[in-house]
Write a protein that binds this ligand. Structure first.
Ligand code: BEZ
Length: 195
């Protein structure tokens, strides 16, 4: 079953009048930036954890054998690291299309590493966007034992490629950012050992 979020997202008018704004990527947006952006910077958000809890029937699986892709789940005190992109409002149409199966736009504070500006260190945070798949979308799968999730990922494949490629691309991209994510590395390790 699909849950097409394009109409809902198109009604969200935050940033419509802005020249540019920041989008935080925590999944495929980290390693697959196939959209125009003005700049990008490693960034993080608080109180959210990355989880392979969203079903994918359109990219990394099929309706009969859905794959698992990431969404964010609220977790007080958690920190999720990723990559932020400064984009123009026009780019959202393209992203709404790419992430149409269950992902809604949501506003969050995005944090950047402190920078040296005019001789002094300034910490930066801005309000920006994430794409979020919540439990009420039809493709949501939710939690399962890690071994079950790993098996599902190991065998699923869809129009965008295999589900394991998605997971291992994410693992590599996080390593390149110097980010430790227990959930991702545990799943990747299990998938690599699944025959
Ligand atoms: C992301 O990488 O931020 C992302 C993941 C899944 C859907 C939309 C965005």
């Amino acid at each position: 079953m699909t849950f097409d979020t394009r109409d809902h997202n198109a009604q969200m008018s935050h940033f419509d009048q802005a020249d540019s704004f920041w989008l935080f990527g925590y999944g495929s947006l980290i390693w697959k930036a196939d959209f125009p952006f003005l700049e990008r910077q490693p960034a993080w958000i608080f109180d959210w954890s990355r989880r392979f809890w969203q079903g994918s029937q359109d990219h990394r699986g099929t309706p009969l054998a859905p794959g698992r892709v990431v969404t964010l789940v609220p977790e007080m005190g958690a920190r999720c690291d990723g990559m932020a992109y400064r984009i123009t409002p026009a780019v959202l149409q393209q992203l709404d299309m790419r992430e149409k199966n269950g992902y809604l736009r949501e506003l969050v504070p995005i944090h950047f590493a402190p920078q040296l500006v005019s001789g002094s260190i300034s910490a930066q945070s801005v309000e920006g966007l994430i794409y979020l798949a919540t439990p009420d979308n039809a493709a949501f799968l939710g939690a399962a034992p890690l071994s079950h999730m790993a098996r599902q990922i190991a065998y699923a494949s869809g129009p965008s490629g295999s589900n394991s490629e998605y997971l291992l691309n994410l693992e590599r991209a996080l390593q390149e950012l110097g980010v430790q994510d227990q959930h991702v590395s545990a799943l990747a390790s299990l998938v690599k050992h699944t025959a």
